[in-house]
Design a protein around this ligand. Structure first.
Ligand code: SF4
Length: 336
């Protein structure tokens, strides 16, 4: 009987591009150095890198909890099950309390305690002194986002959908990918449905503020949906919904936006593949060809600090250093 062998095939996604742009070394460690770290015979280095790469920071964690609970609410509505808002909030809070303890105890290093739904926090891994108020603020972000969603028109919009109008609720990477110039591109939308007229709408829930790169992300969704449902990408309606601000932003997809995405994709793939020794088999050059970033704010949110000898680079440490540095006027004065 044949074995199901997982191979490290080259693929592309917006998040891969961002990792590559942020720090070449982080990109190498994430996509190559940690590869196979889950296997029994993995080297100690790969095993460690694999555990580190799965750590989130507290802001990603809050976003993930909001996404997971919105997904569950939508799936319950689709299955015509009752949704009780306060129960959703209670479950989210209890989950975060469990997650926090699990992370604080660094249980993610214990293979017997590994959880598929939560993999620990960088703040605990690097013993960052985060005040209790800050952790509470993180919960309030989640609570605020979920409360807005549960009271928003999205609940009634979802309830009004007929079974054939539901297309996707966070399907995962297995399904949500498409081929672009021979490269597998991943784009996993949060919620996709057809409106009354049959037009496809894709919704991306956001817990933060609008930032650069979000628009390209939804162009990727439109291309994926165009491929999967055989419609022109320009016909897909794309909505960014900011649950903590209660705002919806529609991103128009037209020929220039699709073209800009294609150029970004081509340039990004070219730069990534230039660092491969063997492009067909996705074999990377030596780690030294993937330099560490000089931007320490990248390091402050990076899970691979230990691998780089930058364990002590935290936002608090950078802030303290900045406040100790003399202002330019003082420098001039002392020089005089
Ligand atoms: S710690 Fe800094 S240099 Fe090292 S991988 Fe992370 S971002 Fe790159």
């Amino acid at each position: 009987m044949g074995q199901n062998v997982i191979t490290n095939d080259f693929s592309w996604s917006k998040s891969r591009h961002e990792k590559f742009s942020g720090c070449r070394r982080a990109y190498f460690l994430h996509y190559y150095g940690s590869w196979g770290g889950w296997e029994n015979g993995a080297s100690e280095e790969a095993r460690q890198l694999f555990t580190l790469k799965r750590l989130a920071n507290r802001f990603n964690w809050a976003g993930n909890v909001v996404h997971a609970h919105i997904r569950d609410v939508l799936r319950n509505i689709q299955a015509e099950r009752a949704v009780e808002g306060e129960a959703v909030l209670r479950r989210a809070h209890q989950q975060m309390q469990r997650d926090w303890l699990y992370s604080r105890n660094k249980s993610y290093w214990d293979e017997g305690k590994r959880r598929p739904d939560f993999t620990g926090l960088v703040e605990h891994e690097y013993d960052e002194p985060i005040p209790a108020e800050e952790w509470k603020r993180n919960w309030h972000t989640v609570e605020q986002g979920l409360r807005w969603f549960l009271a928003s028109p999205w609940i009634e919009r979802a309830r009004a959908l007929k079974p054939q109008q539901w297309l996707e609720v966070d399907e995962g990477a297995q399904k949500s990918n498409f081929d672009m110039q021979g490269v597998k591109v991943f784009a996993i939308p949060d919620f996709v449905f057809r409106d009354e007229s049959g037009r496809i709408t894709v919704v991306d829930w956001k817990t933060g503020q609008m930032r650069e790169g979000y628009e390209d992300q939804v162009v990727g969704y439109a291309l994926y949906l165009a491929h999967r449902y055989r419609v022109p990408p320009e016909s897909v309606r794309c909505l960014l919904v900011f649950v903590n601000q209660g705002q919806e932003v529609e991103v128009r997809i037209d020929q220039p936006t699709v073209e800009r995405y294609r150029l970004l994709f081509e340039e990004s793939v070219r730069a990534m593949q230039a660092l491969l020794l063997n492009a067909a088999q996705n074999v990377p050059a030596d780690a030294a060809e993937f330099p560490k970033t000089e931007d320490l704010t990248e390091c402050a949110r990076c899970a691979f600090r230990r691998a780089c000898g930058r364990e002590h680079v935290t936002y608090a440490a950078l802030e303290a250093e900045r406040s100790r540095a003399p202002a330019p006027a003082q420098l001039t004065a002392s020089a005089a």
